[in-house]
Design a protein around this ligand. Structure first.
Ligand code: COD
Length: 168
């Protein structure tokens, strides 16, 4: 049986932290499905289709390096439903500081109650990528700071363009 994992997130935008987690997760499964959530509540900087595009731009390389299949798909609605649709028995989440823990703990608990056959697996990024967050990438870029070591090149271009057009 094919081992399928889901890595869900907002990816607004994708960062080197996300990509680090994607590469590690891809090694654990035969097929990794990266689920890009609409998450309108978060008032994203990027529309959904562009967030998907920017994750996709990086995943072919990762899939080739790791030798697993990596799909990137948008999703709305309940995460456990999305996992069921794709036959995934594993939800992958990243952990950074202790501050992530409370939210992740509640989410994993809720999802396990909703779908007892699906396990949440937590991964950490490497030391260089551990402190990166989409939120601070956007904030630092807006304030004119250099974010080139936190996001891949295409995402960097698009982020700078969005930040610039928002200021005008
Ligand atoms: N190092 C390690 N991990 C990282 C890093 C980093 N530098 N950066 C991000 N991560 C991890 C995050 O901790 C997270 O696990 C994942 O990568 C994605 O991060 P984000 O910020 O892009 O995504 P989130 O946390 O906003 O995603 C939340 C969901 C969209 C998954 C969630 O809201 C959801 O499941 N929504 C669907 C509706 C639903 O089912 N709700 C009920 C949940 S109980």
């Amino acid at each position: 049986e094919l081992r399928v994992g889901i890595y869900p997130g907002t990816f607004d935008p994708v960062t080197n932290g996300h990509l680090d987690v994607i590469a590690r997760a891809a090694r654990l499964v035969d097929r990794l499905v990266v689920g890009v959530a609409i998450n309108a509540g978060k008032g994203p900087l990027f529309p959904l289709d562009e967030r998907v595009e920017l994750v996709k731009a990086e995943t072919d390389r990762i899939a080739a390096e790791v030798g697993s299949e990596v799909q990137v798909v948008p999703f709305t609605g309940l995460l456990v439903e999305f996992a069921r649709q794709y036959g995934a028995k594993m939800i992958i989440r990243g952990l950074r500081a202790v501050s992530d823990f409370d939210y992740e703990f509640q989410m994993a608990g809720m999802n396990h109650r909703l779908a007892p056959d699906v396990e949440t697996v937590f991964l950490m990024a490497s030391e260089t990528n551990q402190f990166i967050s989409s939120r601070f990438v956007k904030e630092v870029a807006t304030l004119g700071g250099d974010v080139s070591s936190f996001v891949p090149p295409l995402t960097l271009d698009r982020t700078l363009a969005r930040v610039r057009s928002r200021k005008e």
